[in-house]
Write a protein that binds this ligand. Structure first.
Ligand SMILES: [Zn+2]
Length: 620
């Protein structure tokens, strides 16, 4: 309900989709780095000034780090820095000697610091910042007729590409970012815009971020943006272009904020939130300025990171499910908020099916692929199951308690367990030990028989966990016992590999179904696809735009985050095929002659189609 201007849609970049994390970060980012342990100082505040020379693709920077010593007699510091060249270093007392090597800069302090002492060390540097595995600074990225220049955080260690820093996720700092750009451009960074100064042919934008954040969620974005305010919450901004249509999906950002504020807590970032439209294919939860592309679930995902990952942050990367698993689960909670509980259960059913179909069986913690399906989809599945196990009140109270207890700080899964044990008044090691720290998921084999006993029937239900990998999973398992006119739901607390329980029902049992509501991540979910048939919940057909198309189309299929799209011509010949995901919603149709086509979409559990018209430039 926000945008009144309907303008031309500009095609987004087409990047091959990966089959892993929802953010589209997966393949580009290394997942072999760990943070280092405690160090000799605490980074408190970065004051970064960057002048952007887009013509020559260089940056001139000045950066100050306010640090506090955590040991006595601290005589020097070593910071992370890679790419650009440092020409001088100083503090309030004068010039400091330094040595820049491959990925570090070592600085001798003017006088030794005792524990608790603070100093601000300044660096002057410049050059062409590097891009490493998708992170770093991107020049002249095309979005329609516009060029954008931006930094992307997110690799385990990407702050070092932009400023001298202590580049570990747990050492959070507040930020001031001053960006000087050509006066036809607009520059955005994290936090609140507190000052704009014009120079001769340049403009400097000062962004202030008072709360401490990890450097992997700091970013800048520069382009010939115009600023559009959200019509519901004017503090939400869209940094866009006069000739670019904002995806209709951003019209739901107001309700997404409502959803997450009601479910989690008040938005934690002083009503600062803006969406820079840059030519990125992946999506990134940069704090207060998420980079995101089309797709309702991905927009919800990135917004939810402002609670999960940004506000309360995993202490180290192997626990990244505390960010990504929760953001993925937030997609499902958004479905529930907007479309109802059945939409939620369908969404989670699809996530769990996709995970089982992936064949992955790794523990969630420690994560081995930080942006992989185990972190995202098994992580979300664990939250879905925990809600089922401890109930609505304990689950949502636990989420809120965890956020409140750990606001603006860093955590491990142990902190999460503490919160849920408090709100559920029960010990939960048995749940987390198997689902988070151990391998695989159960494969239940069900058998049953019934005998009449007077006017009732005794139903003996046997369950055996036959998975060959992983532990015996302790779970409450529901069974739907159905007769011709009646049915009843019973629960077995299954905590041994082979277990049998007998239940009394007042009707002749005809069928027994295990886990009919899809509460458990289990092997049988994939062969249980037919259970969805007959559901009153109908999925909307795919949306294709622009249509007619010239060079590329965005394909959105609600409730499907990954699917295959095939384009058929009128003779029924498949002329194009592509994988569509949250990370890449665009298909290049520039190779097709003008004409009418049918786009068929297919996921692991359903298929649908929609017409497409292609008009070549010369045919218009
Ligand atoms: Zn994410």
């Amino acid at each position: 309900m926000l945008f009144h201007c309907m303008l031309l849609m500009v095609s987004l970049m087409t990047i091959p989709a990966s089959d892993v994390g929802h953010d589209g970060k997966a393949d580009d980012f290394s997942s072999d780095a760990l943070s280092r342990g405690p160090h000799s100082f605490d980074a408190l505040h970065y004051d970064v000034s960057l002048e952007i020379f887009e013509g020559i693709e260089e940056i001139a920077g000045t950066s100050g780090l306010l640090l506090q010593s955590e040991e006595s007699n601290l005589t020097g510091i070593v910071l992370d820095f890679k790419g650009m060249t440092i020409d001088s270093v100083w503090d309030a007392q004068g010039t400091l000697s330094f040595l820049q090597e491959d990925e570090t800069v070592s600085v001798d302090l003017n006088s030794p610091l005792n524990s608790g002492d603070t100093v601000t060390v300044w660096f002057s540097y410049g050059g062409s910042p590097i891009i490493q595995g998708g992170s770093g600074f991107h020049w002249n990225m095309e979005l329609g007729n516009h060029l954008s220049h931006y930094s992307v955080g997110m690799t385990p260690h990407s702050g070092r590409y932009m400023l001298p820093c202590w580049d570990d996720i747990y050492d959070k700092a507040s930020m001031d970012t001053h960006l000087t750009v050509t006066d036809t451009l607009y520059a955005v960074s994290c936090g609140e815009l507190v000052d704009v100064e014009t120079g001769s042919g340049t403009t400097t934008y000062h962004w202030h971020h008072p709360q401490e954040i990890s450097l992997y969620i700091w970013a800048i974005a520069v382009s010939d943006f115009i600023v559009v305010e959200d019509s519901t919450y004017s503090w939400i901004k869209y940094y866009t272009y006069p000739d670019v249509e904002i995806e209709p999906i951003f019209g739901k950002v107001d309700r997404m904020i409502d959803c997450f504020e009601a479910t989690y807590c008040a938005y934690p970032w002083n009503q600062n939130l803006g969406f820079p439209f840059v030519g990125t294919s992946g999506c990134y939860e940069h704090n207060t300025i998420p980079f995101t592309v089309a797709g309702e679930s991905i927009v919800a995902h990135e917004i939810s990171h402002h609670w999960w990952g940004n506000y309360v942050t995993e202490e180290d990367w192997p626990e990244i499910w505390l960010a990504e698993g929760f953001a993925t689960y937030s997609e499902a909670l958004w479905e529930e908020w907007e479309y109802g509980f059945e939409a939620y259960t369908n969404y989670m059913f699809e996530i769990m099916q996709g995970y089982v179909a992936s064949g992955k069986v790794l523990p969630i913690v420690p994560a081995t692929n930080y942006w992989g399906i185990t972190v995202y989809d098994k992580g979300a599945s664990v939250l879905h199951m925990l809600r089922y196990v401890i109930g609505e009140d304990a689950f949502f109270d636990g989420l809120q308690l965890y956020l409140a207890d750990n606001a603006y700080s860093s955590t491990t899964t142990a902190d999460l367990i503490d919160a849920f044990e408090t709100t559920s008044s029960t010990q939960l090691d048995w749940f987390f030990d198997t689902w988070v720290y151990d391998y695989a998921y159960p494969n239940y084999q069900l058998s049953w028989e019934s005998v009449q006993s007077g006017s009732n029937w005794e139903v003996s239900i046997s369950v055996e966990q036959i998975q060959t990998l992983g532990p015996v999973f302790e779970m409450p398992v529901e069974f739907l016992i159905e007769g011709t006119e009646k049915d009843t739901l019973v629960v077995m607390w299954n905590n041994i590999q082979s277990q049998e329980e007998t239940y009394t029902v007042s009707f002749l049992p005809q069928e027994v179904t295990l886990d009919p509501c899809h509460n458990i991540l289990r092997s049988g979910l994939v062969s249980g696809i037919e259970e969805q048939e007959g559901s009153s919940y109908s999925k909307p057909p795919p949306v294709i735009f622009p249509n007619p198309a010239h060079s590329s189309v965005v394909i959105l299929w609600q409730h499907h985050r990954q699917f295959t799209a095939r384009v058929f011509d009128l003779s029924g010949r498949c002329v194009l095929k592509g994988r569509i995901s949250s990370a890449s919603t665009t298909m290049d149709v520039s190779s097709l002659p003008s004409g009418c086509y049918q786009v068929s979409v297919e996921s692991s559990i359903s298929r649908d189609s929609a017409p497409l018209t292609v008009i070549r430039q010369g045919d218009r």
